[in-house]
Design a protein around this ligand. Structure first.
Ligand code: F6R
Length: 242
């Protein structure tokens, strides 16, 4: 695990974006694992700018998102499909049919999870998996106590995660309690993992991930066993490291 500590969130986004730009130059038909949340937004904006300037193209890229809420239609503004379309896909030259988000409203979630795994394998596996991290050390929606070998499946969200994400839902709106998420085992198969974290609220999770024992209590700690993980953090997110 390589840990890169930079001054601020802008520097974190640029460092991360450079990894994607280099990958695209080396392999235009790359397979990317993507994340939602606030952390990757600046990185997506950098990649959008590079794409619009003609420096990189996503025309041959296939993407697989980490997770999706259960029972939200894709057009719901809080669905991760909607987020990805609005924040990234509609601004770049990616073919939307090459973008995949776990089907949170599938009639048969078990089959849908198996098919999602199958689609990743059929694409040749993930070249770069982009990750954020939850304050409780979750990656994707793999909450503490998740099996470190888990595959794509339905997961119950913890109260902490539900509370953290409540800000995105209007008052009185029913907030999903279940998600479909790639498993930790799925994430561990990516050839390169790029995890971004910014701000002091992530400092304890970063410490547990980097310096703590490998444990299901901090799902991100499994990445200590991954052969090629780059953790890119700002000073605030690095502030609890020894
Ligand atoms: C998002 C995801 C989550 C987030 C994490 C951090 O697809 O899988 O694990 O990466 O909750 O969220 P932010 O970036 O909003 O702090």
């Amino acid at each position: 695990m390589k840990v890169v500590i930079l001054d601020d969130a802008d520097a974190v986004a640029s460092y991360g974006a450079d990894i994607f730009r280099e990958q695209l130059q080396a392999k235009p038909a790359s397979v990317f694992g993507l994340a939602t949340g606030s952390t990757p937004l600046k990185l997506y904006r950098e990649l959008i700018e590079s794409n619009q300037q003609g420096d990189i193209s996503f025309s041959e890229v296939r993407s697989f998102n980490l997770d999706e809420y259960m029972d939200l239609p894709p057009e719901h503004p809080q669905s991760y499909r909607y987020f990805m379309d609005e924040e990234f896909f509609k601004h770049i030259d990616i073919d939307r049919s090459n973008t995949h988000v776990p089907p949170g409203n599938a009639d048969n979630p078990l089959t849908a999870c198996r098919e999602y795994e199958g689609a990743i394998a059929a694409a040749g596996g993930i070249d770069i998996q982009l990750l954020g991290i939850g304050r409780n050390g979750h990656i994707g929606f793999n909450e503490p106590t998740s099996c470190l070998a888990s595959r794509t499946r339905v997961k119950t969200l913890t109260e902490e995660t539900i509370a953290d994400n409540a800000r995105f839902f209007s008052e009185g709106e029913t907030q999903p309690q279940l998600s479909i998420t790639m498993g930790i085992g799925t994430i561990m198969e990516a050839r390169l993992v790029v995890l971004l974290a910014t701000g002091e609220s992530k400092a304890e999770a970063i410490k547990a991930m980097v310096e703590g024992p490998v444990s299901a209590w901090c799902p991100a700690s499994a990445l200590q066993m991954h052969p090629a993980t780059v953790v890119i953090v700002d000073e605030a997110a690095a502030s609890a490291l020894s």
